[in-house]
Design a protein around this ligand. Sequence first.
Ligand code: AFP
Length: 345
Amino acid sequence: MSQELTLQQRMDGEGGSDPLRRAVKEAVAALAQAAIDISDLTCRGALAGITGKAQGRNTDGDVQKDLDVRADQIIREALGALPIAVLASEEMADLEILNPAAPISVAFDPLDGSSNINTNMSVGTIFSIMPTPSDASAAFVQPGSAQLAAGFVVYGPQTSLVLTLGQGVDIFTLDRVERVFKLTGSTVQIPPNATEFAINASNRRHWDLPVRAYIDECLMGADGMGGKDFNMRWIGSLVAEAFRILIRGGIFLYPGDARDGYEEGRLRLVYEAHPMAFIIEQAGGGATTGRQRVLDLVPRTLHQRVPLIMGSIKNVQRLEHMHTAPDVALETNAPLFGHRGLFRV
Ligand code: AFP
């Protein structure tokens, strides 16, 4: 039996026995148990009847895969008996008011990256825990900075749980024999400078100038104004990109673009960008729309989309600068400039 702390032992060691902290820890423990059950399904795939086949569309028009629906059911069952005021899920049109007097509310994306299921690529679960306001129906009309906890699970070669309770970021790996998550990374810190970017480059013609200028600067590598060569990754699974950034740094971009319906990007604020931003900032990184800090945003609607740029702080700051100083973006992007600036040298 390995000696790493279990998730429960780590949370017990975090202190905070007041009712609010206790409710948070109970919810995290239940979400972790649900993740183990979802992991059992993802690692068996078709043998568990998971085909990735579309089963219809959720109310926001996203294609709903079989595992989206089953993961949503597993999580609701796991949370059902707990003192939770409001549930919000990517798979639910509206909030579910359970016990308005309960201290916490939980929003989750039960299965992120579901377009990867039948290609055996990493998928995941993302969750955000908020304090319940006096008007429980406004549980997710709060800035992301109000979150009490956030986490995500990657169902990949390992099943890993990434968690912040507001005092740094820990990584837990599922011990499949003992069926418990064990601490394998504590107080994780993202390298401040990175030379790896993640974006769906097929959308370049739809990007705004600052994003195009930043990516072109990365592509120009050591020949450009950035002065260093970059690598690129795009997995099509937010949780996998985020996990890689926590481990080796990098910058992830899902910006708004000119495509119909993508003016505010693809990712959802309440149950994707808010929790991811909380985790990334707790690990010393940055998370922005390009112009605003994601954790400062107050959702207008439950399934609101938001541009999400997150990762190594210096890279995120460079991109923000390009959004607020268009001349910088123009200078980087103008075709008349030679590789090394206005005059070829
Ligand atoms: P699905 O859950 O529909 O597969 O979307 C996954 C996701 O929201 C996020 O995890 C990826 O980073 C992003 O979409 C990929 O989007 P593109 O398919 O447009 O590249």
